[in-house]
Design a protein around this ligand. Structure first.
Ligand code: TYM
Length: 340
């Protein structure tokens, strides 16, 4: 069956955007695909991480996967650094990809800001490691939020250039000329880009200084409810149809969150709430969010403390991942001309 791969960085508080844009969508894919979900700790250290914080955040992401319904028996759940082939393939890709491709990445430009001479070399090469994550498993479907689209296009460019540069060698080794597959991003549904609760034009993000801007997956019922009720909105009532959300980023965002949490479309949500005021909608959204998220945050808290269980899941997943990754790397070494 087709293979799914996705990764989440352990670099601070997981939030509702990570959940609705990615983690929640990991769960149903288990029924139809072979699924591999990775805590990308090697990506996290492209910016400085305190080692103890990194360990805790790694367990937090793994706990979120499991609390959300990812089954570590059906899916492979592991942290990236346990499978050394990620670093190994990333190096080969560093030699395939062009510096110009990396410099064009908007996420790099945002993170580097005006200081691009003084960020880590790893931050520039970040997308090359991401391509290695996906292509080691020859995954063809990658569920992510909208902000990862450009990185996935680059993954396709790297796969195509590798297949092309090494075309003769791939044939000589008796391998499929389309050695690395072309990956499809799975970016769909009402929550591909969840916005800040304070400013509907800014993405909800781990790095926003305001804690009120995001719902953390570790927030308790009270915090979730308060943040939703205080969310910035315009004064108009909810529109009757999706067209009416145009130019109203805050309304669009809250309706999108309601839709994602209730597995409905925005249109269906507006059929129910169109024409009503925020005084009706916000409490309904708060109740829905608390019902869905509070049990998960409780389960996450419990799991994070149970480090023996979590670390065991990651180790087991790492072994299963390595078995697949090594097959690909074995071929890549032959293709490139490395003697073993
Ligand atoms: P990361 O850790 O920043 O985010 C994890 C996932 O959450 C999604 N996301 C959002 N979705 C909707 N609204 C938001 N406001 C929001 N913020 C974040 C992201 O799109 C992502 O799906 N480079 C990746 C990690 C990665 C990866 C991979 C992903 C490494 N290797 C291989 C897929 C495949 C990242 O930084 O995600």
């Amino acid at each position: 069956s087709p293979r799914v791969f996705s990764g989440i960085q352990p670099s601070g508080d997981l939030h509702l955007g990570n959940y609705l844009g990615a983690i929640r969508r990991f769960v149903p894919l288990q029924d139809t695909h072979e699924t591999i979900y990775c805590v990308v700790d090697m990506h996290a250290i492209t910016v400085w991480q305190e080692p103890n914080d990194l360990r805790r955040a790694t367990r937090e992401v793994a706990a979120a996967f499991i609390a959300a319904g990812v089954d570590p028996k059906r899916s492979i759940v592991f942290n990236q650094s346990q499978v050394m082939q990620h670093a190994e393939l990333a190096w080969v890709f560093n030699c395939i990809a062009r510096i110009g491709w990396m410099n064009r990445m908007t996420q790099f430009k945002d993170k580097a800001g005006k200081n691009s001479e003084n960020v880590s070399l790893g931050l520039l090469a970040y997308p090359s490691l991401m391509a290695a994550d996906i292509l080691l498993y020859k995954a063809t479907a990658v569920p992510v939020g909208d902000d990862q689209k450009q990185h996935l296009e680059l993954t396709r460019d790297i796969a195509a250039k590798f297949n092309n540069d090494y075309a003769a060698s791939i044939v000589e080794q008796g391998l499929d000329p389309d050695f690395f597959p072309i990956t499809e991003p799975l970016i769909a549904g009402p929550a591909t880009r969840i916005m800040s609760l304070r400013d509907g034009t800014k993405k909800m993000s781990k790095s926003d200084p305001s804690d009120q801007s995001r719902i953390s997956l570790l927030d308790d019922a009270d915090a979730i409810s308060k943040k939703i009720k205080k969310a910035t909105t315009d004064p108009a009532e909810l529109p009757l149809d999706v067209e009416g959300l145009k130019g109203r980023p805050e309304a669009d965002n809250l309706v999108g969150i309601y839709a994602a949490l209730s597995d409905k479309t925005k249109a269906e949500v507006l059929t129910e709430f169109g024409g009503q005021g925020w005084g009706k909608f916000k409490p309904a959204l708060a109740d829905l969010a608390v019902a869905q998220l509070a049990p998960m945050s409780g389960e996450m808290r419990r799991l994070i403390e149970d480090t023996t269980t979590i670390d065991g899941i990651l180790r087991d997943g790492g072994e299963r991942a390595a078995a697949i990754a090594e097959k690909t790397m074995h071929d890549v070494r032959r293709i490139v001309g490395f003697i073993r």
